[in-house]
Design a protein around this ligand. Structure first.
Ligand code: SF4
Ligand code: SF4
Length: 228
């Protein structure tokens, strides 16, 4: 963790790439016929999956929602920059490391022991809740694996359904998000004709005058974030 902390990551977890094969595959959002590959299918020599977490302050998410053109990519830019620095550090140590967005990042975070998936389909970490963004590195370095969590065991939502109730697209059910109903891809073009959802999101977020919509309501409402 020391090197990852120096480079500005808040969390680090190491998952066994072989573990991914023990669980059902996950469908890719918006591509209902396609499934995420396992790490060994991407790179057979991969020996460790490095899951990097960046803690994001809720206030900044709120600001991003109001700043239409930045969307949520702000944190991903930071994450990506730091991932490249860590990848280069691995290479300096004589190991190969590859940044990937082809492995299901939430499954990887769970298998690296960093939390469980809640009804809002986000990984809830015991300390930071879902106020996190994750990145992945595959490496041929043999690292010590963290104690994995069970992907089939959900986050402790109990009777709470706040994320389902608050969602303007009624997109959340059974621990999954229907991305054909989520207003973020709607604004990206998949449902760009669905002006009602966009207007509703604007009303809820007290904004107006733009087509692009960012939304963090299912994340913002979650009581599992309150451990921070
Ligand atoms: S981001 Fe907004 S619209 Fe999409 S699932 Fe969450 S609450 Fe619903
Ligand atoms: S808002 Fe409630 S139901 Fe949704 S993920 Fe958080 S705890 Fe679970």
């Amino acid at each position: 963790m020391g090197q990852a902390t120096k480079m500005g990551f808040s969390l680090l977890g190491i998952a066994d790439p072989g573990l991914f094969e023990r669980y059902p595959r996950i469908r890719k959002p918006a591509e209902s016929e396609k499934y995420w590959p396992h790490p060994h299918e991407i790179w057979p020599e991969c020996r460790s999956v490095v899951v990097l977490g960046l803690h994001c302050r809720e206030e900044v998410f709120d600001a991003l929602v109001r700043m239409d053109n930045l969307w949520g990519s702000f944190y991903y830019e930071i994450l990506s920059h730091r991932e490249y620095r860590l990848r280069d550090w691995f290479r300096e140590q004589g190991c190969e490391a590859r940044i990937t967005d082809d492995v299901p990042v939430k499954r990887a975070a769970v298998l690296a022991g960093l939390g469980h998936v809640g009804r809002n389909s986000l990984v809830a970490h015991p300390q930071h809740g879902s106020n996190l963004r994750f990145g992945l590195l595959l490496t041929d370095a043999e690292l010590a694996f963290d104690e994995p969590n069970d992907p089939l065991e959900p986050a402790p939502c109990g009777d709470c359904r706040q994320c389902e109730d608050v969602c303007p697209g009624a997109a959340i059910s059974n621990y999954r998000v229907d991305f054909s109903r989520c207003i973020i891809p709607a604004a990206g073009g998949w449902l760009s004709d669905d002006e009602d959802k966009i207007r509703e999101a604007r009303r809820i977020q007290q904004r107006g005058g733009v087509v692009e919509v960012e939304c963090n309501l299912c994340q913002k409402t979650c009581p599992l974030n309150e451990a921070e």
